[in-house]
Design a protein around this ligand. Structure first.
Ligand code: TRP
Length: 333
């Protein structure tokens, strides 16, 4: 029996190179070894986009196309849409009883997001509680391993606390604890050299960007502001072009040689950007071509089948949960 894993993304935009090295590449490998469920977390995305549902609903399909175009294989991975499984919402309601506001307040990831979004004075309750809903996402599929970035570790901890409390209070073993599976690659910075590549900052290269968009973004990239003349010695630290070369150039020795040359002086920004452009074009061209061949009906069918399969599993878990609490009034199904 393969162990089950669950990963997910909020469909608030198309996926970019940061997702590719941080999680998508991993998923392509993990689907061979594990029974992989990949959730498009539209309900979670709505917690901070509830005024703009169209953005989320259209991106459900964009994200699914991104998955398929990088090689997440629907015959090996179950791709599902969160909102279409109402049992997740139901389970969340029972979990909310097992969590205190104080505990939610201490979640460092949510804390940081509240700051970023300027919610400090009026936090939407749905947003504040999304870690509880995420605990339901994970446990309803009885996932044992959750591949995530380090910002998601607090969610896993909170999930396991809920699981232990539930199992203790209702004297059951029906819920499983899970482990994070941390991606080894550090977070990819934006093309502007800022901390994180993200769609909201407009500093990301998307998997579906055209040839021209990729090139324009590469040539806009932040390098070393003190590297003015080609002959000047340059710094590769915090230099977005070198960080991307480290992440995506297939020949590590070549990158080391380029770094040496750049630090010594005599290697121009235009040259390193041309090299990076070629590396990224080679990486993204087959992905883009695959994406262009996928038609809408096909994606819709894949999502439908995946969601149906996941729904059956969610129903089974929910039966056990209701039974454990004792919420069972009728003998009929
Ligand atoms: N919170 C995750 C993120 O922002 C997305 C997500 C939702 C998720 N549900 C999940 C990740 C369940 C792993 C498991 O990226």
């Amino acid at each position: 029996m393969k162990k089950r894993i669950l990963t997910g993304d909020r469909p608030s935009g198309r996926l970019h190179l940061g997702h590719y090295i941080g999680s998508l590449q991993n998923r392509i490998k993990l689907q061979d070894v594990y029974e992989q469920y990949v959730m498009i977390a539209d309900v979670q995305a709505l917690t901070d986009n509830f005024e703009n549902p169209k953005k989320i609903t259209t991106n459900v399909f964009e994200v699914a196309m991104d998955y398929l175009s990088v090689g997440i294989d629907p015959s090996q991975s179950t791709i599902l849409i969160q909102s279409q499984i109402p049992e997740i919402g139901e389970l969340t309601v029972y979990y909310l009883n097992l969590v205190t506001l104080g505990r939610l307040e201490r979640n460092p990831t949510v804390k940081a997001e509240i700051q970023q979004k300027d919610y400090t004075d009026s936090i939407p309750a749905g947003f504040f509680c999304y870690p509880v809903s995420q605990a339901a996402d994970i446990t309803i599929f009885q996932a044992e391993v959750v591949p995530v970035g380090d910002d998601q570790v607090p969610m896993i901890e909170q999930t396991n606390e809920i699981v232990r409390r539930f199992n203790r209070i209702y004297n059951t073993q029906c819920l499983k604890e899970c482990k994070p599976f941390l991606s080894k690659t550090p977070r990819l910075i934006g093309i502007d050299g800022k901390f994180k590549a993200s769609k909201s900052l407009g500093n990301a290269i998307f998997l579906s960007d055209s040839k021209e968009e990729i090139k324009a973004k590469v040539f806009q990239m932040y390098t070393d502001p003190h590297h003015i003349k080609i002959s000047d010695p340059g710094s590769t630290e915090g230099n977005a072009v070198f960080i991307y070369l480290d992440a995506f150039h297939p020949d590590k020795q070549e990158v080391e040689n380029l770094k040496e040359h750049y630090k010594r002086g005599g290697l121009g920004d235009t040259t390193i950007k041309s090299i990076l452009n070629q590396v990224l074009q080679d990486l993204l061209e087959p992905i883009r071509e695959k994406r262009e061949k996928i038609n809408f009906a096909e994606v819709q069918e894949i999502l439908y089948q995946g969601t149906e399969k996941a729904h059956q599993l969610a129903k089974t878990t929910m039966e056990m949960v209701r039974e454990a609490i004792g919420i069972k009034y009728f003998n009929k199904k």
